[in-house]
Design a binder for this molecule. Structure first.
Ligand SMILES: [Ca+2]
Ligand SMILES: [Ca+2]
Length: 192
């Protein structure tokens, strides 16, 4: 009886260890870049896609925090924020106050204090903040034009040249897998 109990205990312990080792948790934030990820806007979706099977898990985001639980170890994945449903409403968060802030940055009077503001201001998407961006935003505000190249863009916090997290051979839990949301034309962080 004792031997059976011992075996059962051993099996239970091994089963627990084995099962715990099989999956991992991936977590992070998806927040507005101009507010240093402390707030979000709209409802974006974050997607975890298996690179081999193309199976996806989609989480609708209502707060800045996200968590993917029970992600199988050893797998290869792509994580990205889907902005397809949000890429309209170009005027969201864009006002003459943003124009003033961009003007002050260009003049060197009050320069942007984080790189995401420069990305937000560069609506012409030529890699720099200039009078051309002001002209495009003014035309949008006045209704002369109705669209920009993008309404929202997404970047990785650890590398603002990248949009997606690529994971090969997941070996354990991952934290701080943070995405930065940038609303084009909004510098003070007030999109709805
Ligand atoms: Ca530009
Ligand atoms: Ca604004």
């Amino acid at each position: 009886m004792k031997a059976r109990l011992f075996c059962t205990t051993i099996i239970t312990v091994l089963f627990t260890i084995f099962c715990q080792a099989q999956t991992a948790t991936i977590s992070g934030k998806v927040g507005l870049g101009v507010s240093n990820l402390s707030s979000t806007a709209e409802e974006f979706e974050i997607v975890l896609k298996n690179q081999i099977t193309n199976d996806s898990v989609v989480i609708p985001l209502t707060t800045v925090d996200y968590t993917f639980n029970n992600v199988p170890l050893g797998g290869s994945y792509i994580i990205y924020v889907n902005t397809a449903k949000n890429n309209e409403d170009y005027l969201n968060g864009v006002s003459t106050l943003d124009l003033v802030m961009i003007t002050r940055h260009i003049l060197g009077v009050d320069q942007f204090n984080n790189p995401y503001k420069s990305l937000a201001a560069d609506v012409s998407e030529d890699g720099r903040v200039s009078v051309l961006d002001l002209v495009m935003l003014r035309s949008l505000i006045l209704g002369i034009t109705t669209a920009l190249n993008h309404s929202w863009i997404v970047r990785l916090q650890e590398d603002i040249t990248k949009e997606k997290i690529i994971i090969n051979n997941l070996s354990g839990d991952l934290v701080n897998q943070n995405f930065v949301l940038i609303k084009k034309g909004d510098i003070n962080g007030n999109p709805k």
